[in-house]
Design a protein around this ligand. Structure first.
Ligand code: NAD
Ligand code: UDP
Length: 317
C-alpha cells in the first residue's frame, strides 16, 4: 500500500450508492472492505471489483457487532426506498440505531474517521425552503416513514454525542434524492420506476397531482461530495449533498417519456402518507467548505441511467 492508501470499510457497499463509492475508493488505490447483508444490495453491483486484490466483500448484518481494523468507515447500511424501509420497519430502526452504535464503537476503538449517510428526510415535510442545515425539520415521529426518518435522526444524534463525548472524528452527509445506474428496478423510487415504466410502455405512475418537488443528484456527483467531506479540513457538522435543480414529479415524468420516446401515458395514483411536498437542498455549506457542487445535468444523468436499464433489460430478456 502507498502512504496515502487507506483501509476503508463501506457498510452497505453492495447497494446502489455504496457500489459506486467502493469503485471510486478502489480506483484511488485504497484497500476497501465492503460489508453488506444483501437486503437491497446485490453481489453483481460489485462483481467487477471482486478480482481486485484491494477489494474484500463480507456478508454481515450491521445490527450485529463487528470487529475490524480500518482508517475510515463510510456507514451506508440501511434500505433507502420507502418500499424497502417500510417492509420491516423495526429492522430499519435497528439498522440505523444499532448500526450507528456499532460503527461508532469501532471508530472510537481504532480511531477511524467515520461518515454517516444521513438524509434530507431528517427535514421531513419542510416548512423552510430550500432546506438549510440549521433547519430542525418537520418530521412525524409515528407515521409510516418514521422508522427511516427518526432512525436517521437518532443516528445523527449518536454521531454527534460520540464526537462530543469521545472525540470520534465524524462526518455527516444529508443526502438528497440521488439516482443513476445500479438503482434497483423494483424498489419503488421515482426515477427507476418511471424509467422502467417508460421503457416497457407501461403507464407512468404519478402519485397525487405530481406537483410535489424533488431535486435529483447524479450518483458520481454525490460520491465526489462524500470523498471531499472525508477530507481532513471538512466540517464535523451535517452537510447537505444534493442537486439544487428542483422540479415537480410530473415534470420528471414528462422528461423521461420524451427521452425514451415512450408511448406511456401518465396515470395518477394516490399520494403515499407523509409524502414531503417540497425538497431542495441549500448547498451553500458544501460549496464553501468542500468546494463541491454537482456537475452532471439531469439530461445527461438520465441518459446514462436509461442506458443502464436498457442494457439490464436486454440481458434479462
Ligand atoms: P440501497 O438500498 O441500494 O443500499 C443500501 C445497502 O445497505 C444495500 O446494499 C443493503 O443490502 C444494505 N443493508 C441494508 N440493511 C443492512 C444491514 N442491516 N446490514 C448490512 N447491510 C445492510 O440504497 P442507496 O440508495 O444506495 O442508499 C445508501 C445510503 O444512502 C442509505 O443509508 C440511504 O439511507 C442513504 N441515502 C440515499 C438516498 C438516495 O437518494 N439514494 C438519499 C438519502 C440517503
Ligand atoms: N413517486 C411517484 N411515482 C412513483 C414513485 C414515486 O409519483 O412511481 C413520487 C413520490 O410520491 C415522491 C417522489 O416521487 O413524491 C419521490 O419518491 P421517492 O420514493 O423516489 O423518494 P422520496 O419520497 O424518499 O424522496
Amino acid at each position: 500500500m502507498s502512504q496515502t492508501s487507506k483501509r476503508i470499510l463501506v457498510t452497505g457497499g453492495a447497494g446502489f450508492i455504496g457500489s459506486h463509492l467502493c469503485e471510486r475508493l478502489v480506483a484511488e488505490g485504497h484497500d476497501v472492505i465492503c460489508l453488506d447483508n444483501f437486503f437491497t444490495g446485490r453481489k453483481e453491483n460489485v462483481e467487477h471489483l471482486r478480482d481486485n486484490a484491494n477489494f474484500e466483500l463480507i456478508r454481515h448484518d450491521i445490527v450485529e457487532p463487528l470487529l475490524v481494523e480500518v482508517d475510515q468507515i463510510y456507514n451506508l447500511a440501511c434500505p433507502a426506498s420507502p418500499v424497502h424501509y417500510q417492509y420491516n420497519a423495526i429492522k430499519t430502526v435497528k439498522a440505523n440505531v444499532l448500526g450507528a452504535l456499532h460503527v461508532l464503537g469501532v471508530a472510537k476503538r481504532v480511531k477511524a474517521r467515520v461518515f454517516q449517510a444521513s438524509t434530507s428526510e431528517v427535514y421531513g415535510d419542510p416548512s423552510v425552503h430550500p432546506q438549510v442545515e440549521t433547519y430542525f425539520g418537520n418530521v412525524n415521529c409515528n407515521g409510516l416513514r418514521a422508522c427511516y426518518d427518526e432512525g436517521k435522526r437518532i443516528a445523527e444524534t449518536l454521531f454527534c454525542d460520540f464526537h462530543r463525548m469521545n472525540g470520534v472524528d465524524i462526518r455527516i452527509a444529508r443526502i438528497f434524492n440521488t439516482y443513476g445506474p445500479r438503482m434497483m428496478e423494483d424498489d419503488g423510487r421515482v426515477v427507476s420506476n418511471f424509467i422502467v415504466q417508460a421503457l416497457t410502455h407501461q403507464p407512468i405512475t404519478v402519485y397525487g397531482e405530481g406537483q410535489q418537488t424533488r431535486s435529483f443528484c447524479y450518483v458520481d456527483d454525490l460520491v465526489e461530495g462524500f470523498i471531499r467531506l472525508m477530507g481532513d479540513d471538512a466540517p464535523t457538522t451535517p452537510v447537505n449533498l444534493g442537486n439544487p435543480n428542483e422540479m415537480t414529479v410530473l415534470e420528471l415524468a414528462k422528461q423521461i417519456i420524451t427521452l425514451t420516446e415512450s408511448k406511456s401515458e401518465i396515470r395518477h395514483e394516490p399520494l403515499p402518507q407523509d409524502d414531503p411536498t417540497r425538497r431542495q437542498p441549500d448547498i451553500t455549506k458544501a460549496k464553501q467548505y468542500l468546494g463541491w457542487e454537482p456537475k452532471v445535468s439531469l439530461a445527461d444523468g438520465l441518459k446514462m441511467t436509461v442506458d443502464y436499464f436498457r442494457k439490464r433489460r436486454g440481458r434479462s430478456s
